[in-house]
Design a protein around this ligand. Sequence first.
Ligand SMILES: Cc1ncc(COP(=O)(O)O)c(C=O)c1O
Length: 381
Amino acid sequence: MSEALLRRLAQTLLAREAASLRRQLTARESSDARINLADNDYLGLARDPAVIEGAAAAAREWGASSSASPLVTGYTALHARLESELAGWHGYPHALVMNSGYAANAAVLGGLPKKGDVVLADRLVHASMIEGILASGARLRRFAHNDLDALELMLDEERPPGGAVFVVTESVYSMDGDGPDLPRLAALRRRKDFCWVLDEAHATGWYGATGSGLQEDSGVRAAADIVVGTLGKGLGSQGAYVLSRAPEVREALINFTGGFVYSTHLAPPCVGAALAALGRVRALADERGALRELSRSWRDGLVEAGFSVPAGDSPVIPLVFGDAATTLRHAEALRAAGFIVSAIRPPTVPEGTARIRISLRRGLRSEHLAAFVAALGKTRA
Ligand SMILES: Cc1ncc(COP(=O)(O)O)c(C=O)c1O
């Protein structure tokens, strides 16, 4: 190993450590009974018996691995069935299953925009989208978070000759739990010629009469040109999917995405789990109102205890401390009090906005909120 390289790695890691920003892996034990407020299993489906059985049945029938690229033999009848169900659920004619949300976003935004195009992205879109856009060769402009006036101005300014304009947003932002005015975006899309890419990763399962997400809930089902959804959050499985109205999008991804063409396809147990989860999500229709109420009650409880959190009803609540060391101290205290939480620090979030990202889940009770607030209060004192 090169000495110069090792010195450089050691120095950058030390600098991160000194700023309380060093990331570390901690192996979780299956016996850890603390309340998990850090993962994205909002509906608790990863441990749902029907979802586990879906994974097990798929493993028995198809094996533990798809064992090949989807273009060789990795694409099975099970994958095709999942695509058809996802497309119908969201109201799109075309769906493509992919290995992860990160890979799906990087593929869509790295592969569809080209040099000469312009991508207008919300300032807080996920890292996977930014990675794609930067690789695409298109020009990137970022508008202030959820500021659709700013987006509209940019859309008026941008008419790339012979090029396309893309607009990139999430429906529930992963670290803030808020989102744009989807009906307004949908109306804008009807008036103007652009390709709207919408990431519904954190809305799936939580919003909508059938749980398909915030487009459904906002009365603008299938308004975005392209939707990226994940199987590894509200659906309790793993993997992702891309939905589109135009068949060319799916065809282009199949033909030009290296991570799709040259990678072993999503494992059958993940596909089987996702199919079972779709059934469970639909069956939980009557609980979705209570989930949103749960979110409002946690926000109210935190505000009453003197913490500042935004209003809303999504599963993600940002508890911003600002400073990384303070955030770490609160996270430590919460862990000791029986909660699994994660301190989210720059560069994952903007400088000066280190936070605990509270991720709600079905089954939380008022005594959990009381214990959470008490632990926070003790640390602040
Ligand atoms: C908004 C958003 N999109 C995509 C992803 C990536 O999805 P996956 O975990 O399936 O790679 C994440 C991951 O946290 C996310 O927050």
